[in-house]
Design a protein around this ligand. Structure first.
Ligand SMILES: Nc1ncnc2c1ncn2[C@@H]1O[C@H](COP(=O)(O)OP(=O)(O)OP(=O)(O)O)[C@@H](O)[C@H]1O
Ligand SMILES: [Mg+2]
Length: 507
């Protein structure tokens, strides 16, 4: 059974639908057949019961009306009545058992011992006679008997007291009718059911097959498209799958997924090209310098020093680039973060101290939210250092303003805001600066040293923490980057550091 079901589940949608419809139709037909078959039998039997009860009443009435004075006269009256109602096929068996005068009936062969019929043995006939004798023995009311040569017979018996025969002797009146009508009606029902059922089943199967074909068509088309995609062709899309419904939704989702895949592959290709380009540039410089050195038989000491420091700088650039690429690759893995509870003021002040040592700017640390943040301290420090490095890089030496503000945000979040008074980021670039290797036109020269991965790393760190990062214009005309992270629980008043520059406007 299980292997049959297993084989069935491997069939296509169409054939499975046809199979289920066939099974359900057969089940419904079988239930309906049993109900109608039995109902018909019960109804016809009720009708027969009504008829034989009516015939018994008539028979009784005629006996009472003839008012016999003796048993013999009663027998004569009964015989006259029953002779007028011959028993054949579906018509009625009538009998009256009159005390002292025997049985008057329209089927005498059912009463008393009969000789064997043609082809019957004596034993068989004796058996039949015994069964017939049950007609007389059986109690009053309705009963069903199997009788020889008649089949199933429905019988109704009652006792009637005739005034002329004395108070104590009753005449037993019996009326019977063969149940062939029930069998015939039930056979008719069975025949009609087989014919109608077969036609209905055929119709249902055909309908199921057509519906299955129609329903599975988009899926087959999708499978064909998926096969082409699997073979490396990302161009095909699924069209014309109706205006609504699940298949439309599925087709849209499928097309959307292919669009995303195409974009992802293109981005991956661009990323690989950018990465190789960024790696190739310092390698070219290193090779060029070494070649220059190699052409000289005895290069001067200072020339060797110059090449050495240049090569060192390019190697440092390569290794920073490789570290950044590795970090971005790791950012998509679950074990990227090692979170712990961070005391925000201590953390921010330490970070601020080390950053402000790196350059000469007007550094300003505004409000620092008191509280604890659950985050990875190394990654958070890296993200903030990237933002501060950008601000330092794009502001004027000594006079440029670099500002950090840390404030609580609604529903357990914290916002780190880094602002400067540099040239800012044009609005149309504000989303793209988070793309890997993206640099604005003004920052494209290699002298600035950037590879365009800093903000992509900040974005990856924000997303890994369940937060977000965005760029806008600072109140000082420069860039303002906001890094918002969840899992902050405030633990006191906002702290104002003595390092704050009072002239800077509040953000
Ligand atoms: N504070 C800022 N002011 C103006 N432009 C900025 C600022 N921060 C970022 N940008 C622009 O966004 C681009 C992307 O910044 P990102 O930090 O990702 O790369 P990068 O600084 O060029 O290189 P990296 O950070 O990898 O050394 C920069 O090249 C620059 O054009
Ligand atoms: Mg940067």
């Amino acid at each position: 059974m299980r292997s049959l079901l297993g084989r069935f589940s491997h069939l296509g949608l169409r054939w499975r639908l046809v199979g289920w419809v066939a099974a359900l139709s057969l089940l419904c037909l079988a239930i309906a057949f049993v109900a109608v078959y039995r109902g018909t039998g019960t109804q016809v039997r009720h009708e027969i019961d009504g008829e034989i009860a009516g015939d018994a009443s008539e028979f009784t009435h005629s006996l009472i009306q003839s008012d016999p004075r003796s048993s013999a006269q009663a027998a004569t009256d009964a015989a006259r009545y029953v002779r007028g109602q011959p028993f054949s096929g579906s018509s009625t068996l009538l009998f009256a058992v009159i005390p002292g005068a025997g049985t008057s009936t329209n089927v005498p062969e059912l009463f008393g011992d009969q000789p064997p019929d043609d082809g019957e043995t004596v034993a068989e006939q004796r058996q039949e006679n015994r069964q017939a004798a049950r007609l007389l023995r059986i109690g009053e009311g309705y009963s069903t008997l199997a009788l020889p040569d008649v089949g199933d017979l429905r019988l109704f018996k009652r006792t009637v007291r005739l005034a002329g025969l004395g108070k104590h002797s009753g005449v037993v009146v019996g009326v019977g009718e063969p149940l062939v009508a029930v069998v015939r009606a039930q056979r008719g029902v069975a025949r009609a059911f087989i014919l109608a059922g077969a036609l209905a089943l055929l119709g249902a199967l055909l309908g199921a097959w057509l519906i299955g074909t129609r329903m599975s068509r988009p899926l087959r088309r999708m499978a064909a498209v998926a096969a082409r995609v699997d073979a490396g062709d990302l161009a095909p899309r699924i069209h014309d799958e109706g205006r609504a419904g699940e298949t439309r939704v599925l087709a849209d989702a499928f097309n959307h997924m292919l669009d995303r895949l195409t974009e992802a592959f293109a981005a991956q290709r661009a990323f690989a090209a950018d990465a190789s380009h960024e790696l190739r540039t310092p390698l070219t410089v290193i090779r060029g310098q070494i070649e220059v050195l190699a052409t000289q038989r005895h290069p001067p000491e200072e020339e060797v020093r110059r090449v050495e420091s240049l090569v060192q700088a390019e190697i440092a650039r390569i290794s920073r680039l490789v570290d950044d690429l590795l970090l971005l690759a790791k950012a998509e893995q679950p074990q990227f973060l090692r979170t712990e509870a961070i005391e925000v003021p201590t953390f921010v002040r330490e970070l601020w101290r080390t950053t402000t040592m790196l350059a000469d700017r007007r550094f300003e640390l505004q409000g620092v939210a008191e509280g604890t943040l659950t985050a990875d301290p190394d990654r958070l420090a890296q993200a903030l250092r990237n933002l501060l490095a950008n601000a330092i890089q794009h502001t004027a030496e000594d006079t440029g303003l670099v500002l950090l503000r840390v404030r609580p945000a609604p529903v357990g979040r914290i916002r780190f805001v880094v602002a400067d008074d540099g040239p800012g980021i044009p609005p149309d670039q504000r989303r793209r600066v988070f793309d890997r290797f993206h640099r604005t036109d003004s920052a494209r020269d290699r002298a600035s040293g950037g590879t365009g991965l800093g903000l992509a790393i900040v974005d990856a760190i924000a997303i890994a923490h369940g937060g977000r990062v965005s760029v806008s214009e600072s109140p000082f005309g420069g860039a303002q980057v906001e890094l918002e992270l969840p899992h902050f629980s405030a633990g006191g008043q906002t702290h104002r550091t003595p390092a704050s520059v009072s002239s800077a406007a509040d953000l």
